[in-house]
Design a protein around this ligand. Structure first.
Ligand code: G16
Length: 546
């Protein structure tokens, strides 16, 4: 098979965002677009010759075609071996696990995560390094710089491997090992969680659970683990077949997009299942529901932190914990009570990598429905679901009882996120710039019921390698134990998405059962006054509230 060297010219829009390069499928289908980015990635990969890489994606539209291109380019660029999920499928946590378990040089993940799929939807490509985690900014910036100067890429003229046939295949001088995407991951879960106890949960048939795989990658993982290994009934997993367009749905596990699951969990108690959960496109996010009860991701992190020692893989307890800036401070209270460090990082899983590698933390999470531990270097949706099931089984309490007890012990951090999507990027930037310019003038000023105590722009110095990440979000603390964080999303593909994160602490048990939106209404009002979102954007309400 001949290696072609194809002349190309740079694209200017290939800077990776919060989590790799995400664009419309049609953008990726532009001739040379994918190839340029992949060549830039290979060019930046140290000791590429003969290296082993993991490759897989969430099965969305263009997944198989992209895998074909990447395999031919990998062979032409001297990669020695590719570990590929059968059917081109691998969840993000499964890739992280395979990189670590097989000590590969890294892995390529094809996914736009929770973004919609299909021909008019989104696609993405992300590189994870040899610790199993997302490549740090220094690497992604080097790849971006390379995309700006690229003049050619290398690709095998022809050749393909049968993606659906496990076993060893040869492509040019490269070996492609096609593996069962689920096996290694399921084996890992068995080492971390109490599978016999989990099985006992389903033994009598009294415990009812629904897991929504959203027609995305976790279907096969959830069916194998929940139904086959743990004995949950055969209809526990819904939307379990991965589809290129996610069945027309939006694979984002939140109260808005996991509609059917939410309807099932929010109905009168006798008909309502005990436990509900969902994962996103590539399986790294999770949503946890009880009967008529939603667990915010920030509370989920705090509850797991307080209960980590109850899980077999974590008997020594919480070593330290990290949360992203916009994640509520509920977990900080747990860390303080346990006397362990709580790190505040910028949004993006890559910022947890050094802390996990250095053993400073063994749990981390984000408001964006991501939770993980030192078992991997990615957030892990199904793992979080299994942790919660393990707690329910061990504590013999419902999801709601566990969370309410947590609030009684630590107080409740009411929390909500408001997203304004597809804004004109200039308008969104102006809104943020305007607030940034006023930060120094805000302390002491009163907006509605709230007085600003401090206001700054978050910058992070990595305590392990000293690297500095600036401009990571604007934060306003109020004297009333409330906080507002404002930032622009780094994962959208259409215009700009403005995110407002609002939270307020409530120690009074009598007020813990208030509806979050009602409780936070005065803070939401104050945020409107401070930011003037409606006046500046013309939007009277957010597009998504989570
Ligand atoms: C990615 C990142 C997360 C981040 C989330 C939202 O998640 O891995 O760390 O919290 O995006 O980021 P943003 O607010 O910039 O849109 P995923 O699941 O999309 O890969």
């Amino acid at each position: 098979m001949d290696i072609l060297t194809v002349a190309t010219t740079p694209f200017t829009d290939q800077r990776p965002g919060t989590s790799g390069l995400r664009k419309k499928v049609r953008r990726f289908q532009t001739p040379h677009y994918l190839e340029n980015f992949v060549q830039a990635l290979f060019d930046c990969l140290p000791q590429r010759e003969g290296a082993t890489l993991v490759l897989g994606g969430d099965g969305r539209h263009y997944n198989r075609e992209a895998i074909g291109v990447i395999l031919r380019m990998a062979a032409a660029n001297g990669i020695g071996r590719i570990l590929l999920g059968a059917g081109g499928l691998l969840s993000t946590p499964a890739v992280s696990n395979l990189i670590r378990r097989h000590r590969t040089r890294g892995g390529i993940i094809l996914s736009a995560s929770h973004n919609p799929g299909g021909p008019d939807g989104d696609f993405g490509i992300k590189f994870n390094i040899d610790n199993g985690g997302p490549a740090p900014e220094a690497f992604t910036e080097a790849v971006y710089a390379r995309t700006r100067e690229i003049t050619e890429y290398r690709i095998l003229e022809s050749g393909e491997v049968p993606l659906d046939h496990p076993g060893e295949h040869t492509l040019g001088g490269m070996t492609v090992t096609i593996i069962d995407p689920v096996a290694d991951y399921a084996a890992l879960m068995e080492t971390l969680l109490d599978f016999p106890r989990l099985r006992s949960l389903f033994d009598t048939g009294a415990f009812r659970m629904v897991y929504d795989a959203m027609h995305a990658v976790t279907g096969p993982y959830a069916i194998e683990i929940l139904e086959h290994r743990l004995g949950a009934p055969a209809d526990t997993v819904i939307h379990g077949t991965p589809l290129p367009d996610f069945g027309g749905g939006h694979p984002d596990p939140n109260l808005v997009h996991a509609r059917e699951l939410v309807q099932r969990l929010f109905q009168p108690a006798p008909r309502c299942p005990d436990f509900g959960a969902a994962s996103d496109g590539d399986g790294d996010r999770n949503m946890i529901l009880g009967c008529n009860f939603f667990v915010t991701p920030s509370d989920s992190l705090a509850v797991l932190a307080a209960n980590l020692h109850r899980l077999p893989g974590y008997r020594t307890g919480l070593k330290g914990v990290a949360r992203s800036l916009p994640t509520s401070r509920a977990v900080d209270r747990v860390a303080a009570a346990l006397g362990v460090e709580c790190y505040e990082t910028p949004t993006g899983w890559k910022f947890f990598g050094n802390l996990l590698d250095a053993g400073r933390i063994n749990l981390c999470g984000e408001e964006s429905f991501g939770t993980g531990s030192d078992h991997l270097r990615e957030k892990d949706g199904l793992w979080a679901v299994l942790c919660w099931l393990n707690l329910v089984a061990e504590r013999q309490q419902s999801v709601a009882e566990i969370v309410r007890e947590h609030w009684r012990n630590f107080g409740r951090d009411f929390y909500t996120r408001h997203d304004y999507e597809a804004l004109d990027p200039d308008v969104a930037r102006q809104l943020v710039d305007r607030l940034r310019d006023r930060l120094g003038t805000l302390p002491g000023r009163r907006f509605g019921d709230f007085t600003v105590a401090s206001a700054d722009e978050f910058a992070y110095t990595d305590p392990v390698d000293g690297s500095v990440s600036e401009h990571q979000g604007l934060r306003l603390l109020f004297h009333q134990e409330a906080r507002l964080v404002v930032r622009l999303s780094g994962t959208g593909t259409e215009g700009a998405t403005l995110r407002l994160y609002l939270e307020q602490y409530e120690p009074d048990i009598a007020r813990h059962d208030a509806d979050a939106n009602d409780y936070l209404a005065p803070l939401i009002h104050a945020a409107g006054e401070i930011l003037q979102v409606e006046a500046l954007t013309g939007r009277s309400a957010p597009d998504v509230i989570t």
